[in-house]
Ligand binder design. Sequence first.
Ligand code: FAD
Length: 168
Amino acid sequence: MRRREREVTEREEIRKILDEGKYLHMGLCDGDQPYVVPMNYGYLYEGDRLTFYVHGATEGYKYELIKKNPKIAFALECGVMPFSGKMACQYGMVYSSVMGKGTAHIVTDVKEKEQALTVLMKTQTGKDFEFNEKLVSIVNVIRIDVTEFHAKRRPLPEGMQKQGKMEE
Ligand SMILES: Cc1cc2nc3c(=O)[nH]c(=O)nc-3n(C[C@H](O)[C@H](O)[C@H](O)COP(=O)(O)OP(=O)(O)OC[C@H]3O[C@@H](n4cnc5c(N)ncnc54)[C@H](O)[C@@H]3O)c2cc1C
């Protein structure tokens, strides 16, 4: 990371970004052309291991790509807010983000699918939901085993004005 002073390394701070982000942009390999798809996620952050679960319809282009090449990259962000200054180069964005790489696996084990959707709903809503075989049979679940990631935060520079909220 070029701006090392902006790197976020504290686990609890990383967790806050993961809690707030809610959706990630999953970059897949489509031959020599990247394919990026936004998806809501649930996450597990245990020790140094970060895992995402995403879910969707049982068919779609992203699954075809994962079957051919499971390598993915991802980016997620939260707290995005523009700020302004006197000169054009003083304009910018406040943000917190996590970016990384990993491998995507289409989950077929029913118990893991149930657990994945519980994790997903916990991240999305903060609530505990239970799933059964019937409910999980109508969706596909992808597990992303993250192999490397970094978190970064750009705070509001001193003396800069917030321009207005882009998101809550
Ligand atoms: C904030 C956000 C959260 C989302 N969360 C989820 C989620 O949790 N689960 C989920 O399954 N989907 C989610 N979606 C929708 C998702 O981005 C895809 O549209 C969907 O998953 C279908 O992707 P696919 O690769 O299977 O495309 P297919 O339905 O197979 O279609 C492929 C074609 O449609 C185009 N296309 C696909 N998606 C989009 C799109 N979003 N916008 C414009 N063109 C598109 C592609 O360029 C491609 O040409 C979310 C979208 C947004 C914006």
